[in-house]
Write a protein that binds this ligand. Structure first.
Ligand code: ZN
Length: 198
């Protein structure tokens, strides 16, 4: 493990490519045929960038754009909805993807709205479970903003279900996580109505 930690990014991508080549052979493919010659390297680079969340620090990202602001003193919710994400389920390494809706009630500090999208990416670009992805975002916001409350809802489709036909095509999995004032059902309902989900 520590050997891997000491490798450069390029060395890691090179090793990943070697493993992808072995996978192609094991699947019965011929990695030397023209169409596949560059596939191991391409797949390795794609996987490396799609898991770049392992090299991000979402808390730092948020802290880099905290603004003191009176908004929220009367309990108003900041809502950002339909933030797109793409992630991999950690059980099958197949994509799950959809949208994240975030609401929070500030306590002195607000964050740049684009930072919310950045932290969604930071948690999405790694192997995940939808449930953990949801609470990761919620807990990170709560810790960093010391908000009066945070609520996160994720709606997504899982290719491990859809491609393998275990569940009906088009099934949407919904998860939510919340803290603080969102323990109150009325505040949660307010959020759900703001994102048009009730
Ligand atoms: Zn899965």
């Amino acid at each position: 493990m520590s050997d891997i930690q000491n490798m450069t990014d390029d060395q890691r991508i090179e090793q990943l490519a070697a493993h992808y080549k072995a996978i192609l052979e094991l699947l019965g493919e011929d990695p030397t045929r023209e169409g596949l010659l560059k596939t191991p390297v391409r797949a390795a680079k794609a996987m490396w960038s799609l898991t770049s969340g392992y090299h991000c620090n979402p808390e730092e990202t948020l802290r880099s754009a905290l603004f003191k602001e009176e908004y929220g003193t009367r309990g108003q919710i900041v809502v950002v909805k339909d933030i797109e994400f793409y992630s991999f389920c950690e059980h099958h390494i197949l994509p799950f993807f959809g949208v994240v809706h975030i609401g929070y009630i500030p306590n002195e500090y607000v964050t740049g709205l684009s930072k919310l999208a950045r932290i969604v990416d930071a948690f999405a670009r790694r192997l995940q479970l939808q449930e953990r992805f949801t609470t990761d975002i919620c807990d990170c916001l709560q810790r960093t903003l010391s908000a009066k409350g945070v609520i996160v809802m994720v709606e997504s489709r899982h290719l491990c279900m859809q491609m393998r036909g275990v569940e009906k095509q088009g099934a949407v999995t919904t998860t939510s996580s919340y803290t603080g004032v969102f323990e109150d059902l009325k505040r949660r309902e307010e959020f759900f109505s703001m994102i048009g989900r009730r």
